[in-house]
Design a protein around this ligand. Sequence first.
Ligand code: FAD
Length: 439
Amino acid sequence: CFCQLSGNIDECTCNIDTVDHFNNIKVYPRLKSLLLKDYFRFYKVNLKRPCPFWVDDSKCAMRDCHVKPCPPEEIPEGLKGNSHQKVVPVGPHPSDKYSKQQNEGCAAHHNELDYLNKTISEKLQKDMQLWEAYDDALDNFCDIDNNDENAEYVDLLLNPERYTGYSGESARRIWKSIYLENCFRPKKSFSFNPYIQSNKLNELCLEERVFYRSISGLHASINVHLCSNYLLSKNNGFGGLGKPEAKWGPNLEEFQKRFSPENTNGEGPNWLRNLYFIYLVELRALAKAAPYLEKEGYYTGDEQNDWDTRMAMKDLLKVIKLFPDHFDETTMFRNSEQARKLKYEFKQHFRNITRIMDCVGCDKCRLWGKLQTQGLGTALKILFSGQFDGVEGKRTLDAHNKKEFQLQRNEIVSLVNAFGRLSNSLYKIDDFRQMLSMR
Ligand code: FAD
């Protein structure tokens, strides 16, 4: 069977069977219950940003493309406003107050000086905040919607990733632009095909291959989901209030059409292998950031729920840390000036891809496309920004360390949900394998 993959996962020392067993038995059930928790369920996103690259002409009108934002009363109290964000103290330095008391007698002159001091100090604070934001932005592999005033909360459980019918010119254009304009490609081979033939991949350097495999793995995951949660019939039985109820489930023919070698110039199984690859990349990021993620509060304002989330997260991270053969990011971007340039390009290409998500013409696909690229971007930040190096191995983080690296809430939510999608894909591929073997 074409999806009965074997051998080592490319660029890694780990084999497919090991990952299948680890995922399906240990990771998948834990993630499934963790992602039901409020902290991970509500994702803040702006789905109305205009496409920055071309005229956004195609809007999917199908009912299944639609996303319903959360009404305010359904958003957990602790996520409303900015209460969950880290507060940076603003205002004059305490020493300014002291000098003010000292100089009360000679009012006019000193008031002027005082005002000057205060202004300088405020300006300094503002500059420092701007520089901090600038430094953070340099480390980021994508723009974050957290502080976007047009972003709205979406309940991910009410808007599951599944078949929407989004296809045709609009979808093709997105994938083409991602592969042909924003992925690294072999120099001499010119092709209209978005994918790179697997026998040409060795013409790319390691970092370029990692980039391509990650994107192709993400693409494979999205397509596995639309096959495994396909619209099987529009009105099978009747739901409440006499409304026809749709039936969703796996569509084996669709899966074969998209991944069998006969239908894909032999590439389908390689795309599935790339899915295992990106799984290992994100798994490694979670393992690397585990000491940080174990300290997070997962605050939503509901004490019991937050405690449960912390325990479930700890349990998942414990399992992840014990996995022996992670993807090894330390072999990438090594030292030289050329590596520095390559890292810069890598980041720019990836940022572009996250912006292309604003051109996706189906809101549901845009939502999950944004979430999954942001999740991958967060994983890349953890692996390559240097902020998280040396964190591992430390059982606890002191206050100083906790200050050095920071992930915003949306980064954590997207990282864990994106990994959840990959874990779900591997699980679903196993279902398809079983369906095929029963034929
Ligand atoms: P496409 O999947 O559009 O692929 C285009 C071409 O890319 C293929 O012909 C092939 O040459 C190549 N290719 C295919 N897979 C890979 C791979 N893994 N690696 C490398 N090259 C590959 N549809 C839904 O129903 N639900 C969704 O939630 C959804 N989300 C989407 C999110 C995004 C960001 C995008 C861009 C599209 C999404 N779609 C979704 C649409 C879906 O991905 C397909 O584009 C659509 O079903 C049309 O499929 P296709 O057969 O034309 O091939």
